[in-house]
Design a protein around this ligand. Structure first.
Ligand code: ZN
Length: 301
């Protein structure tokens, strides 16, 4: 998996920082997560091929998370896109996008497919042979979901020496990789586990923005490899967190610790702060493995 941070600040785009948007490359997918103003410019800067984006996941309808969406949809049209585009987001997202297009008499020549979300519980919203995407219901001022991206258990690895020794026909190698027991050329049933090893451990990524401290999400994101959790405030402004339904760096760290995640990524910083180091320091008082998101940064995991 490769995660590219296009923007990781809250509120407004500024000369050198952007509002929330990320691209997650997972297996053959290029998932766009949130789409703040200017996202298409950042996609160009990072040379991300527009056509590879087929799924966009929007957490909520505050402007700093989706004001770039209509612009991106419109640009796709100008570039004569033909590929379907799936958009996942809160109920209302279809109305807000189509109203702007309708008033501009500007329809897409590709298929725009909306998946509007209303559930208060985690639900499976995308699945193919290799990947699953689930919602993570968050607690913010308006209806908001985070998203959990999970690779499925991969194929088993064949131990070719043992496979040959067991006299298994090459025609069955695919079945072996899929975990089936097969009959060898002597008519004997071979137990899969005696000739294969588990494949690579499937990876997972949880995106949680925006939300106030919400322990209910812990079971959903348990043991996730990488957790992005918003940390709008430092401790000196902790009193603002419940009021605005955001989190502090320490609260993000507490969720990471309880969920036993591998790495915590911090972001959605309030633009009132000068530097970012204090976010890391405060979080590390609770959870050691913390990384700071910064616009343009990539994480491979
Ligand atoms: Zn918000």
């Amino acid at each position: 998996m490769k995660l590219t941070i296009l923007g990781c600040y809250s509120a407004t785009p500024r000369a050198l920082t952007n509002t929330t948007s990320q691209v997650l490359e997972i297996n053959n997918h290029m998932f766009l997560i949130d789409c703040g103003e200017g996202t298409q410019v950042e996609l160009r800067k990072h040379k991300i091929k527009f056509n590879r984006i087929k799924h966009i996941f929007i957490s909520h309808l505050h402007g700093d998370h989706f004001f770039g969406l209509v612009g991106l949809i419109s640009t796709f049209r100008l570039l004569t896109r033909e590929t379907d585009l799936h958009i996942y987001g809160p109920k209302g997202i279809k109305e807000v996008v189509t109203l702007q297009m309708k008033l501009a008499d500007s329809w897409t020549n590709y298929k725009l497919i909306f998946h509007e979300l209303t559930s208060e519980n985690s639900e499976l919203i995308f699945e193919d042979e290799e990947v699953q995407v689930l919602t993570i219901p968050l607690n913010h001022r308006i209806y908001t979901n985070g998203y959990l991206f999970k690779e499925k258990e991969g194929n088993r690895k064949l131990d070719i020496g043992l496979v040959e020794e067991a006299n298994i026909n090459i025609a069955y190698y695919r079945k072996l990789a899929q975990g089936f027991d097969v009959v060898n050329d002597d008519g004997v049933l071979i137990n899969n586990k005696t000739v294969t090893k588990p494949g690579l451990k499937p990876k997972s990524y949880a995106f949680c923005s925006d939300t106030m401290y919400k322990e209910d999400i812990v079971p959903i994101i348990k043991n996730t490899d990488v957790l992005y959790h918003e940390s709008t405030f430092l401790e000196k402004h902790a009193y603002l967190a419940p009021k605005t339904k955001h989190s502090t760096a320490k609260e993000a760290a507490s969720i990471a610790k309880q969920a036993n995640v591998g790495t915590l990524l911090l972001g959605h910083y309030s633009t009132r702060y000068e530097g970012l180091n204090a976010f890391k320091q405060e979080a590390q008082e609770i959870f050691e493995n913390v990384e700071l998101c910064e616009d343009g940064k990539t994480f491979n995991f």
